[in-house]
Design a protein around this ligand. Structure first.
Ligand SMILES: Cc1cc2nc3c(=O)[nH]c(=O)nc-3n(C[C@H](O)[C@H](O)[C@H](O)COP(=O)(O)OP(=O)(O)OC[C@H]3O[C@@H](n4cnc5c(N)ncnc54)[C@H](O)[C@@H]3O)c2cc1C
Length: 338
């Protein structure tokens, strides 16, 4: 039987360390737990928040409804041939430990995504990506519990509508489906993805690079660049990199020829949000206990007792200044609740 706790402090359950409270909180470890809650009418016409590791959320106030905490452990090899394995992983497994496990098995596909905090069930939500890789490239199927109908639904890769830091679970179906497991297709004879500049630099023309070496290099670079949330509470990149038209990008290049621009396959151009924020003078800037990290302009930090409202106000100030100076609208990557 599931147990619902009341007036539950969420501070240990979010990497921004916001000391908000959930009116009700329930740890869910099996689909049967979700069915039990559904049959008791816990989801019908009621708001519900799904929380995994809390590394991509900002709580701006108390949550006056039920929070479901994803604690679904376990993984299973569901198919295998000479070239690939299909690994079904339950949503509550740690992403970082999964990367370590598959690298150890010699299976390739997610080594570039090492050290991204969070749980497996959250990985499809924003199609996690780093170092030239995105999780969408190895996802075969996402299994999810529909909080509206009480039924399990399986989404194939196309149905997930993956995009840059986006999927159908972050847009049309936000807060509706509880992802219970993900099936990954991993390569037994992987072709390493070393196209991203820092990896190119690290490995040069070297042949025979191993999966473990790629994973270790990604971990090394990330540790040197990103603030550890245990020391400086944060939720990673606060904003998405804006994707603009070629004309908009050219306008910026006319005034700032050194602006980093990344042409996309569809003709659009990705700009570096961190660069835009830095140009507006925010890198290392602090206001009370909220600030922009001195090395990473994309990362907002809670330096002590900042509230979610204060972080949000700071973020809104950054958005307004970038708009004023560049005419570009920044969008948060972090999920803001309530
Ligand atoms: C230091 C740091 C570095 C980071 N670097 C990267 C990076 O390089 N690339 C990247 O893409 N992200 C990065 N992130 C963001 C974050 O790690 C990912 O978004 C991660 O997938 C979030 O997992 P989580 O378990 O913490 O999800 P949570 O923060 O708990 O949830 C995030 C969102 O997903 C929803 N959700 C969570 N679990 C489920 C579920 N089972 N079913 C349905 N909805 C669910 C939540 O409701 C919420 O809206 C970073 C974060 C930090 C703190």
């Amino acid at each position: 039987m599931v147990s619902i706790k009341t007036d539950f402090c969420l501070k240990p359950f979010n990497t921004f360390r916001m000391a908000v409270r959930a009116e009700r909180f329930c740890a869910v470890s099996r689909v049967a737990d979700l069915l039990e809650l559904y049959s008791k009418g816990e989801f019908q016409n009621k708001k519900v928040m799904i929380l995994s590791q809390g590394s991509n959320v900002l709580f701006t106030n108390h949550i006056d409804h039920l929070v479901l905490h994803n604690e679904m452990w376990g993984k299973q090899l569901v198919a295998e041939n000479d070239d690939f394995v299909m690994l079904k992983v339950n949503a509550g497994e740690s992403w970082e430990l999964l990367v370590d496990y598959v690298v150890q098995q010699g299976w390739g596909g997610i080594e570039n995504l090492a050290l991204i905090p969070g749980k497996v069930g959250a990985s499809p939500i924003q199609n996690i990506g780093a170092y030239g890789a995105e999780v969408k490239d190895v996802i075969i199927e996402v299994e999810a519990f529909d909080l509206h109908s009480g039924e399990i639904r399986r989404f194939n890769n196309e149905e997930c509508q993956f995009g840059y830091r986006s999927s159908v679970f972050k847009t049309e179906f936000k807060d509706r489906f509880f992802i219970t497991s993900v099936v990954f297709k991993l390569a037994k004879n992987p072709v390493l993805n070393l196209n991203y500049q820092p990896l190119k630099l690290a490995f040069g023309d070297r042949k025979e690079v191993t999966l473990a070496e790629v994973r270790d290099e990604v971990v090394r670079i990330r540790k040197s660049k990103l603030p550890d949330p245990e020391e400086f509470p944060n939720a990673g990149s606060f904003f998405k990199n804006p994707v603009v038209t070629k004309e908009e990008a050219n306008l910026i290049l006319a005034s700032f020829p050194s602006a980093p621009v990344y042409p996309q396959p569809d003709g659009m151009v990705k700009l570096a949000a961190g660069w835009l924020i830095e140009q507006c003078g925010y890198k290392g800037k602090r206001n009370g206990d909220v600030g922009v990290h001195p090395y990473q302009a994309l990362v907002l930090v809670n330096y002590g007792e900042a509230t979610g409202q204060e972080v949000l106000q700071f973020a809104e100030q950054i958005i307004a200044d970038v708009k004023l100076n560049f005419g570009i609208g920044l969008c948060p990557e972090v999920n803001i609740y309530p």
